[in-house]
Design a protein around this ligand. Structure first.
Ligand SMILES: O=C(O)C(=O)C[C@]1(C(=O)O)C=C[C@@H](O)C=C1
Length: 270
């Protein structure tokens, strides 16, 4: 069973279908969940073998709910998957003369905000839990929805405009309780905190630099213990069980007040 951020029709469903085809020979049964947190819960409780959640977008950055769940839940990153994102502005029944209303997922809306301003002028944005939820609401009133073009057919909407933004891609995480054996090219994701003193972060980065390990991402996020307190999400090339990554992780554990390995998985990019 593969749990994903639904309902059916979301970008995440597309990612889940791709994962099922490419890695499970099309045999994965898909089950939608209403929120990212619910996907994590199902995988953690063993109700789903895998989960698919949006992780970061090339235009809008990381999905906070996903990072927060990585920090607190005991599931592993089993894989990453990148999909090009093409949006459609769709409408339900004939939009009326009032200021247009646009329903969408905030991540999707922020990607296309400028284009929507050009197309619709002043409008009201109403956030929804997913783009499919947006299409459902728009189909019931004279409003617009922004999301994957395939939602139009599912909800009987008209496509007003296809919005292809340059370099718009979303990285999805495949999560699981299973561990992933090393392949030829892997990446490892970790999260850690540092002690507040001069050079602390530089020292941690040195653990990787000294061993010639390439970092592919670093991002700070509030630790939610007050302003100025952060955790760092870092990805590096290599597998957690293989040298030199294994040695770097042992040192990271020793030198930080908190660290957690989120998982090692086959590298898809860069
Ligand atoms: O609402 C959807 O269709 C989703 O799959 C969510 C989501 C996201 O949270 O990033 C997925 C990909 C796009 O970047 C926009 C929205």
């Amino acid at each position: 069973m593969i749990s994903y951020l639904g309902p059916p029709g979301t970008f995440t469903e597309e990612a889940a279908e791709r994962f099922s085809e490419e890695e499970l020979g099309g045999n994965g049964k898909l089950q939608s969940a209403r929120t990212i947190t619910a996907v994590f819960s199902r995988v953690e409780r063993g109700e789903a073998d895998y989960g698919v959640v949006p992780w970061e977008n090339s235009l809008e950055g990381s999905v906070g709910e996903t990072l927060d769940n990585f920090l607190h839940r005991s599931v592993r990153v089993f894989g990453e998957l990148v999909l090009p994102i093409v949006h459609a502005l769709m409408s339900g029944s004939e939009p009326d003369d009032r200021e247009p209303v646009v329903y969408s997922h905030p991540q999707a809306y922020e990607q296309a905000r400028e284009t929507l301003r050009e197309l619709l002028g002043n409008h009201e944005f109403v956030p929804t839990a997913s783009t499919a939820e947006a299409a459902k609401l728009a189909s019931k009133e004279g409003a617009y929805a922004l999301g994957p073009p395939r939602l139009a057919e599912r909800f009987g909407l008209d496509i007003m405009e296809e919005i292809r933004l340059e370099n718009n891609e979303t990285r999805f995480a495949i999560i699981s309780r299973r561990d992933r054996a090393p392949t030829k090219e892997d990446k490892t994701s970790v999260v850690f905190s540092v002690t507040d003193r001069p050079g602390a972060l530089r020292e941690i980065l040195g653990i990787f630099a000294d061993r010639g390990i390439n970092l592919t991402k670093i991002e700070s996020r509030p630790a939610k213990r007050g302003l100025g307190d952060y955790v760092f999400f870092l990805d590096f090339e290599g597998h957690r069980m293989l040298y030199p990554g294994s040695e770097a992780l042992a040192e990271l554990r020793e030198r930080t007040p908190f660290s957690k390995v989120l998982g090692s998985y086959p590298k898809v990019f860069p």
